[in-house]
Design a protein around this ligand. Structure first.
Ligand SMILES: [Zn+2]
Length: 317
């Protein structure tokens, strides 16, 4: 018994010493420990600004103003992709600056601060530029490398959410010529959304700082076509059809068809628009930034034949 008491007393002393040692950690040590912890932790945890900040860096709010996150050298390079890799050495010498800029962007995104300026416009530009590269067969592979994998393994900072159809012919990363860590993708038949999908999108907006959500319909979508044709649908597929039905009814009522866009096409566009509208009103996490101009939710249409993506629904806010 006495021996046990001795052991316990010794244990208490050790624990106390350990706690004290921790408490006497210098700010730098603490910062390092925190940084290490951040690397281990899930990337999108709400930011802890102080501990993440490294010596001499500006506070987040200032970063957010300075960032103009997407209009940086790094961004331009990402938009243009491989085509610019052989361009001026100037690009190479700015490597450090680019890295810093990316870190700043990441920092700001992690903080999911509402002070971050909306740069949805630039996100759209990136997507459309990528789509042009894809159509032209000039795909960039810069974000599909081992180096990129290592980079994004530390944390993700996608610049757009794509809500797309599960159709095997419309993989967003390919048709927008993007790589790992670029897009946060939610897919379902007919690009319809339920609470789980909405929650996923909320996560990207609130925790990853994404400022653009694109709902992407596509030519000859089977789910929309099935809804349009009616008839019996079994199993849970009925939920998909039921979700698309109002958009089809709206398209029928509007009868906005043309030689280039038949009823199926207009129903697909109507569906993308309806999903985008639903998202805009889905929850405060999405509605508030939309109303404050910090988030844009748009609709788009992908042509299977040409590969072209065009914007079909672009609300001002
Ligand atoms: Zn589809």
């Amino acid at each position: 018994m006495r021996v046990l008491k001795h052991i316990m007393a010794a244990a208490i002393i050790v624990v106390t010493a350990t706690v004290l040692a921790g408490a006497s950690e210098t700010p730098k040590e603490h910062e390092k420990a925190q940084t290490d912890a951040d690397q281990v932790a899930a990337p999108a945890e709400p930011a802890q600004p102080k501990s993440k900040r490294k010596g001499g860096k500006k506070p987040i709010a200032e970063h957010a103003r300075d960032v103009a996150p997407i209009n940086t050298d790094a961004t331009v390079e990402r938009i243009i992709g491989k085509d610019q890799e052989s361009a001026p050495k100037k690009k190479k010498t700015s490597h450090k600056k680019k890295k810093a800029s990316h870190a700043t962007e990441a920092h700001a995104a992690d903080s999911h601060s509402t002070a971050i300026p909306v740069d949805a416009e630039e996100a759209v530009k990136r997507l459309l530029e990528g789509n042009r590269r894809y159509i032209a067969g000039k795909n960039s592979s810069s974000h599909r490398t081992a180096q990129r994998r290592a980079e994004v393994a530390k944390g993700q900072h996608p610049f757009a959410v794509i809500v797309g159809c599960s159709d095997s012919r419309v993989p967003p990363e390919i048709l927008f010529d993007q790589g790992m860590g670029d897009l946060f993708v939610v897919r379902s038949a007919g690009n319809v959304i339920d609470d789980i999908a909405i929650g996923s999108i909320e996560y990207a907006v609130e925790h990853l700082g994404v400022q653009l959500v694109m709902v992407l319909g596509h030519e000859r979508c089977g789910a929309v076509d099935a809804t349009l044709k009616g008839g019996a649908v079994g199993g849970k597929l009925k939920s998909v059809v039921d979700a698309i039905k109002p958009a089809v009814e709206k398209a029928k009522a509007k009868a906005e068809t043309s030689p280039r866009c038949d009823l199926l096409c207009s129903s697909v566009k109507s569906n993308a628009r309806m999903v985008a509208e639903k998202l805009r009103k889905a929850s405060p996490v999405l509605t508030d930034p939309v109303e404050n101009g910090l988030l844009r939710v748009i609709g788009a249409y992908y042509e299977l034949d040409s590969g072209l993506v065009s914007l079909t629904y672009k609300p001002v806010l």
